[in-house]
Design a protein around this ligand. Structure first.
Ligand SMILES: [Zn+2]
Length: 192
């Protein structure tokens, strides 16, 4: 399946694409797993709650260690989709005109401004001299409690890839607090 920019024009299309890319990431890594999924629950009104159910299913069926690379691959596919939205080019130009820590800071704000296109509301603050991006309502983590470690490897991969596209510099987003572990939100520390 290709990521056709035609499908990335509206938030609803992007949310649908987020579900499709999750199915793609699962099919690539664990083709047999999708046979055990008896369709997505059709009672779900929103694509993003379908997505949360799907990712929770992958974690349940495979365990966290095997689920992690699949979920991270999903994040990279989502980054490709977000890089195709029309506003990306203007954001990239503004970010790349800056240098050093202000460049990274603007890039993190730009990334946060794009996340609602995927149904994720994000806030940017600062912690220990680095930008901190927080997602208070993560659909996947809201379904999990007592996870042994942070679960949002898709958001880590998504942010790292998106920030690289914006900054043109290697950037790492590491989840330092996760709702699934009992945190108040999923928070990602960003380092260039
Ligand atoms: Zn999380």
């Amino acid at each position: 399946m290709g990521l056709d920019p035609i499908f990335t024009n509206t938030t609803a299309d992007l949310e649908l694409l987020a579900v499709q890319t999750a199915l793609q990431a699962i099919a690539e890594a664990e083709p047999g797993l999708l046979e055990r999924l008896n369709g997505l629950p059709d009672a779900e009104p929103h694509a993003m709650s379908q997505l949360a159910d799907l990712l929770a299913f992958v974690h349940r069926e495979l365990g966290d260690a095997r689920a992690r690379p699949i979920v991270a691959r999903h994040g990279r596919l989502l980054a490709m989709a977000l890089c195709a939205v029309p506003e990306l080019a203007a954001l990239r130009t503004r970010v790349r005109a800056l240098h050093g820590s202000v460049r990274l800071e603007l890039a993190v704000h730009a990334a946060a401004s794009l996340l609602p296109r995927l149904g994720l509301e994000a806030k940017v603050t600062e912690s220990r001299g680095a930008p901190l991006l927080s997602i208070e309502r993560c659909g996947l983590c809201a379904q999990v409690s007592n996870a042994p470690e942070p679960m949002c490897s898709n958001v880590e991969a998504l942010l790292s890839a998106l920030l690289f596209e914006l900054c043109e510099e290697p950037t790492i987003a590491a989840e330092v607090e996760c709702l699934a572990e009992g945190g108040a939100a999923c928070r990602f520390r960003i380092r260039g």
